[in-house]
Design a protein around this ligand. Structure first.
Ligand SMILES: [Zn+2]
Ligand SMILES: [Zn+2]
Length: 351
């Protein structure tokens, strides 16, 4: 049982997770099942096809073959894909075999809004941006709004932080014709425990990683224990970044946040310098999680492809927007400063 498909108990058509009703729905007869009801139904299954080594890579890209449980056609996937749909019958399939053991996710956040709503939110977002060429984004001009569960590592931990710094307190006053300056030099020490929860990093390398990181944060408090059927009707990717390789990244995050927290406790001096921090991380608790992202591309008039991503839980959107340079330059000239241009350029990047 390497691949599974969830079928409607009434008519046998595919069941997919509906963000709107938060139920598993049949688009053919309209049946809607809860997670509890779905548990009692055995899904249709198919096998993984063993591919001869010579055919295991197409154009240098590694692929795997599965048999569609609905129509028997071959399903070709990338090595990290764990949910997709059949190219021939469009049935959603979950590659259950890739979600076992250490690759069984701990948490999932189901999509909270559907494709139409994602499109609506995207155009709302675009409307608020200036300097986008007029008519560039007409409704429906984006291709492939695709719901993808991306893999993330979520870390909760405790830390012991020791912090030292020096600070000056300068006082200047006049007495008669003399000016006096008094500089008091302080040595500052802080140490203590800082707890962290829900530190999050994307667990997949490559194209999607930057976008997947840029739509954070997720409301992880609302995550639920992972269940396979939530992937039905969406694409899902499994991690290719292991806990060991993400650890130094989290170590840096913890140090950075600890420094910010302790910097904030040093107030009221004329200057603070020589900051030094040592952080010991303990009680690490990793959760392997799949979180929802609407991913889509737009083919620009200039032939360039623009990539966007939207947090499938909160709607936060990120991506590079095309710039109307003429409009931008005109506004800059009117203001007589390059600052407006600089800000607009920043605004066009990940926002
Ligand atoms: Zn049905
Ligand atoms: Zn099929």
């Amino acid at each position: 049982m390497a691949v599974v498909a969830y079928k409607c108990p009434n008519c046998g058509a595919p069941l997919t997770f509906s963000p709107e009703s938060q139920k598993f729905e049949c688009s053919f007869c309209g049946a809607a099942l809860t997670e509890e009801e779905l548990k009692n139904i055995a899904p249709a299954t198919g096998e993984e096809e063993k591919i001869p080594a010579s055919q295991g890579a197409k154009d240098g890209v590694e692929v795997s073959l599965y048999i569609c449980p609905s129509c028997g056609a071959q399903i070709v996937t990338a090595p990290t894909t764990v949910a997709t749909s059949c190219l021939y019958c469009h049935s959603p399939v979950v590659l259950e075999g890739r979600l076992r053991g250490a690759f069984h996710p701990d948490l999932v956040i189901p999509f909270s809004f559907d494709r139409e709503e994602a499109q609506r939110r995207f155009f709302d977002w675009v409307k608020k941006k200036r300097y986008i060429p007029k008519g560039y984004f007409e409704s429906g001009s984006t291709e492939h709004f695709m719901g993808v569960y991306y893999p993330y590592w979520v870390l909760g931990c405790n830390s012991w932080a020791a912090y030292t710094a020096r600070a000056n307190q300068v006082r200047v006053w006049r007495s008669g014709r003399r000016e006096y300056t008094e500089t008091r030099i302080y040595k500052i020490e802080r140490d203590g425990q800082i707890g962290f929860e829900h530190l999050t990093r994307c667990a997949l390398t490559g194209e999607g990683n930057k976008l997947a990181d840029s739509v954070m944060p997720f409301e992880i408090r609302k995550a639920i224990p992972f269940q396979l059927p939530y992937l039905s009707g969406f694409r899902a990717e499994m991690r290719n970044i292991e806990q060991k390789s993400i650890e130094p990244v989290f170590q840096e995050d913890v140090e950075k946040y600890a420094q910010q927290i302790l910097d904030d406790t040093v107030q009221g001096y004329s200057s603070v310098y020589d900051q030094n921090i040592g952080v010991l991380i303990k009680d690490m608790n990793y959760k392997y999680s799949l979180f929802p992202v609407w991913a889509f591309t737009y083919q620009g008039a200039d032939g360039k492809k623009y990539y966007y991503a939207m947090n499938g839980q909160t709607g936060k959107t990120a991506g590079v927007l095309p710039l109307d340079r003429k409009k931008l330059l005109r506004d800059c000239a009117a203001l007589g400063t390059a600052i407006a241009g600089f800000i607009a350029l920043l605004g066009g990047l990940f926002v």
